[in-house]
Write a protein that binds this ligand. Structure first.
Ligand SMILES: Cc1ncc(COP(=O)(O)O)c(C=O)c1O
Length: 385
């Protein structure tokens, strides 16, 4: 599986300088001048390079966005999930249920906390199939870790019901779903904790790595605060041996300015997604568009289609100067790192089938209308051939 995919995905690459439509456009950033001024005025003048007011301000702003009582700024989305698991004392001998079609970190945090990742297949929304969760629960299960993949929230009402019935924690992997909602309720506020990423490819991207854990639990928030900063109780005393997982002050300064730009970023992504929906909606014989639900705000971290002849389409688009990706070509249960879990092909058929035909189109906020139109036109030409 691995050899085939890596070879084929190479064909989707567009040569440097030849991209007409880039998958992302990171040199274009929102509020650059204001951020640079803040770095001079706040960071360099005070010399406070760790924690401090910018981190506290961002935590307050982000908690407000997520309608949670607390948010703890961390150095990555990975640690936002990992420290939530550690703070909940989930580790050796425990099992955590999650989806097999996510970014590596989703399973990695469970494994490095010492617990066993237990995968459950996904539905046609690319999210964990709530219908299948209960049969994966054992006496060792401590938590469900649903992923809001692509920026589309998992079926939280059903997952909450299951978790309540079995007395399980819910830790949301909301890395891709900042400001997504179900019936107006934001992701990151459904479970005991939500982990977000501010990696450069994310909707709210800092200038490096960053993350945050949201929670309504004072106890959990305090514990994660302790864990992120060496377990320090006072300057000279540690309560537990712990980590250095703080959100950098510099990144908090960037994040504060981006939080103000988030609505515009999200709206632009939603608009691009809608244009794709409209322009491709009659190609149902060839492609399946992302699901839409009227009570859900999907924020399109990625715009994923299921495409017939996916590999040929990706190669064709690359020849046209359009960068596409596959999220993700190798399911987590088939990764070499998962070998010890004893899975094989066929264990999660929906996820595996999707991995063979999904394609992620560029949907970022800096795309011009004519670029989106060019992608649509190129896909139409491919299937008309
Ligand atoms: C679904 C998911 N979970 C976790 C992560 C980890 O976040 P980070 O890269 O900030 O550690 C990411 C992003 O990279 C992600 O997409």
């Amino acid at each position: 599986m691995r050899v085939e995919y890596s070879y084929l995905l190479k064909q989707f690459e567009v040569k440097e300088g030849e991209a007409k439509v880039k998958y992302v456009d990171l040199p274009k950033q929102a509020n650059v001048e204001a951020i640079l001024t803040d770095i001079k005025e706040i960071l360099l003048k005070t010399g406070q390079f760790t924690l401090g007011q910018p981190v506290a301000e961002f935590e307050a702003g982000f908690a407000k966005l997520c309608k949670t009582k607390y948010a703890v700024g961390l150095n990555s989305g990975t640690d936002a999930l990992f420290l939530a698991l550690k703070a909940l004392n989930i580790g050796s001998g425990d099992e955590v249920i999650t989806a097999p079609n996510s970014f590596f970190a989703t399973a990695a945090v469970i494994a490095i906390a010492g617990a066993k990742p237990v995968f459950v297949d996904v539905n046609n929304e690319y999210n964990i199939d709530a219908e299948l969760i209960e049969r994966a629960i054992t006496h060792r299960t401590k938590a469900i870790l649903p992923v809001h993949l692509t920026g589309n929230p998992a079926d939280m009402p059903r997952i909450i019901n299951i978790a309540r019935r079995h007395d399980l924690h819910i830790i949301e992997d909301a890395a891709q779903a900042v400001s997504a909602t179900i019936d107006g309720q934001p992701t990151g506020s459904f479970g005991i904790a939500g982990g977000f990423s501010f990696h450069p490819l994310k909707n709210l991207n800092v200038w490096g790595d960053g993350g945050i854990t949201t929670t309504n639990s004072r106890e959990l928030s305090d514990r994660i605060r302790l864990l992120r900063n060496h377990g320090l109780k006072t300057r000279d005393e540690i309560e537990v041996f712990a980590y250095n997982s703080r959100l950098d002050t510099l990144q908090a300064i960037v994040a504060n300015r981006l939080l103000n730009a988030l609505d515009a970023i999200t709206d632009a992504r939603i608009k691009n997604a809608k244009t794709y929906d409209d322009g491709l909606s009659d190609l149902t014989d060839h492609i399946t568009l992302p699901p839409r639900k009227s009570n859900v705000k999907q924020v399109y971290h990625t715009y994923v289609i299921l495409a017939k002849e996916r590999n040929k389409l990706g190669t064709y688009l690359a020849e046209k100067g359009i960068e596409t990706k596959v999220h993700y070509p190798i399911p987590l249960h088939l990764q070499p790192a998962s070998k010890y879990l004893g899975h094989q092909e066929g264990d999660f058929p929906v996820c595996e089938a999707q991995a063979k035909s999904i394609l992620t189109l560029p949907v970022h906020q800096h795309l011009a209308d004519d670029q989106v139109a060019y992608v649509i036109d190129s896909i139409r030409k491919f299937y008309r051939k």
